[in-house]
Design a protein around this ligand. Sequence first.
Ligand code: DOR
Ligand code: ZN
Length: 461
Amino acid sequence: MTKILLKNGQVGCALGLYDADVLIEDGKIVNTFDWGQKHEVDETIDCKGKIILPGVIDVHVHLREPGQKYKEDWTTGTKAAVAGGVTTICDMPNNVPPILTVKDLEEKRKLVAKKAYCNYGLYMGFDGKNISEINKAENIPAVKVYVANSTGNMGVGTETIAELFKKCNKFIVAHAEDEGMIKEKALEYLAEYGARIDDDGKLIVPKESEIDPSVHSKIRSADCAASAVKFLCELAKENGKRLHVAHVSSDQELTMLLEYQNLDEAGQPRITCEVAPHHLLLSDDDYATFGNLIKVNPPVRSKMDLFTMWKALKFGEVHIIATDHAPHTLVEKEQGYMDCPSGIPELDTLLPILLNAVNDGGLEMKEVVKLCCESPAKIFGMKNKGQVEAGFDADLVVVDMEKMFEVKNEKLFTKCKWSPYAGSTFKGCPVMTFVNGELVYKNGKIVGKKVGKEVQFEKTV
Ligand code: DOR
Ligand code: ZN
């Protein structure tokens, strides 16, 4: 394989930026060197004025294969990833059918192998009955448990979740919303549209065409999420298990998480959490512009919550930024409130959004590296990922902090071809993305092959 020198750039790490050349060979980082040292190489790429970051690791995406390729497939989804500076994804199990058994997992492994432009890990799901399958599964980032129903209706009862915490030998990632509270609030807030429960327990809403989309944030309120966070943290505490809470969106959830926070022997938090870009950029004021397009679970929150989430990133109360990339077609999203599926596509725009924040002073580059590269690799135990260091995988993204990135639906790589950020311009964007030492994305184009491999996970509990 070729030896490539990325020279004259600045390298990003969790301590900040430093001037260095990066030498890569056989898909690995050989080392970083002072500018100007001589190396025998096959190719030299001048990165003057650019920053070389570890490739972003997105631990929360929904690429829809198997089962819903019309929304997204592994080719389009991983193209969107590398365009957004992401070199590793962890794909959620709410496929059709969901990934619940070792057989499902192996079939998905076969299905996606050789289809990915970036590296990947595959979650298993929990249906209340499959703990022995979860325990048998090998090399998964975690088991995903839904405390409430969301896309794919994978919500499970609280007793079974308690059993999962007792018996499962894997890391647990949770979607934290309280199903009972959501049901109650749906009846309350949809009463003006004639809502009632029919004999089969189904929610009927006669005037559904009149529903204002902003009701979503009231029905799936922050206290629903905080209640589920409390329930999960209690179980983690009781069972001495680590827990990762997906897409935290509100002050209330963070306050609850802080109450339960404690560190392990290595000084690492036992309970970790992530925030999604939409919970940093969009608020319930935005329903007026976007309607159901921004219907997502958990929902967008108040402006005050947005501010709290940015503050939490600064204070280290949130450990990871992950997209929750959840593509649905525009036709599906343009339906009325009851039929519109929840979810927002986010992969194409991830780094432009964060680099723009660095340019604005909202984040520092070292914080981006920590939140998007180093911490996800450490928390999920990904071997040789997340740092520009000798011996690590050559997953790199070269960024230009001056370059403007105008979001245009037709230029997105995600199959669903829409974004709530269309029309926005972000300052700072990826110009080159390397996966396993291969250049796969350059200046708006996919230029490489499907070189993505399954990640090796070093710890499971
Ligand atoms: O809004 C959401 N969309 N939340 C989820 O939990 C699932 C996701 C999806 O798969 O569409
Ligand atoms: Zn999700």
